[in-house]
Ligand binder design. Structure first.
Ligand SMILES: C[S@@+](CC[C@H](N)C(=O)[O-])C[C@H]1O[C@@H](n2cnc3c(N)ncnc32)[C@H](O)[C@@H]1O
Length: 221
């Protein structure tokens, strides 16, 4: 028993992965491919993917909005968990990353169910709102540039239906949110202020998981 969240080394992390992560063969291939990519650390941890897939089942998610898709692992995970009736709107700005993502989405047979917008994420979210998509998503996942997190959050609060969930990744910035350094990027201050405000936000119910680099979950009231 413990009153604190345990921290653990690579051996326990490997054990948790072994006993806790179920992957489709294409998901595994994509994760292994991405491990060799120069920006590999941007991908979510596989146990976060497992959690998102589980949340999809729990909530009965049919419409998923993702801001920041990189090589496609999180979108692939959620698309597989939603099944044939699921629909994803994915946002990214990188042609290079997105072409890898689309390749793996095709190979897993989910590409037709994912609509990718290759432009600034905020622009896409505002377009979706202008097109009447408010209250239409069951789950949103924010995992892109940190300085825009407050803007992504405000837009997602309108796009996700009441009772739906907004998940937010990398809220700890590798611990930089609690150990500010001189000359650090402005995004650290933005994220620290953003994190601190959520527990006072009457529009949501909050839960933070110490998973990966910290994942916040917000249920829209
Ligand atoms: C942390 S990665 C996403 C990881 C992904 N969710 C996964 O599971 O592999 C962040 C992504 O956000 C994208 N990005 C950065 N700034 C962006 C912006 N302003 N609008 C849209 N996408 C952006 C990057 O190109 C990158 O692919």
């Amino acid at each position: 028993m413990t009153r604190h969240t345990m921290t653990f080394g690579p051996q326990v992390a490997e054990y948790l992965f072994d006993i806790g992560v179920q992957e489709h063969p294409v998901q595994r291939e994509l994760r292994e491919f991405t491990a060799g990519h120069r920006m590999a650390k941007m991908q979510i941890a596989p146990e976060q993917g497992q959690f998102l897939g589980w949340l999809v089942q729990l909530l009965g998610v049919r419409r998923y909005l993702e801001i920041g898709s990189f090589t496609g692992y999180s979108a692939l995970t959620v698309a597989l968990a939603m099944g044939e009736s699921g629909r994803t709107v994915a946002c990214d700005m990188s042609v290079e990353f997105s072409s890898i993502a689309m390749d793996y989405w095709r190979r897993a047979g989910v590409a037709e169910r994912i609509q990718l917008y290759l432009q600034q994420g905020l622009l896409t979210l505002h377009q979706l709102l202008a097109d009447g998509a408010a209250d239409s998503f069951d789950l949103a996942f924010i995992d892109a540039d940190k300085s825009n997190y407050p803007g992504y959050y405000e837009a997602c609060l309108q796009l996700v239906r009441p009772g739906g969930v907004i998940a937010i990744d990398n809220i700890l910035l590798n611990g930089r949110v609690v150990a500010p350094q001189p000359g650090q990027p402005h995004s650290v201050d933005v994220l620290r202020e953003f994190n601190a405000g959520l527990k006072h936000d009457p529009r949501v119910d909050l839960c933070i998981l110490p998973m990966g680099d910290g994942m916040t979950l917000l249920r829209r009231r």
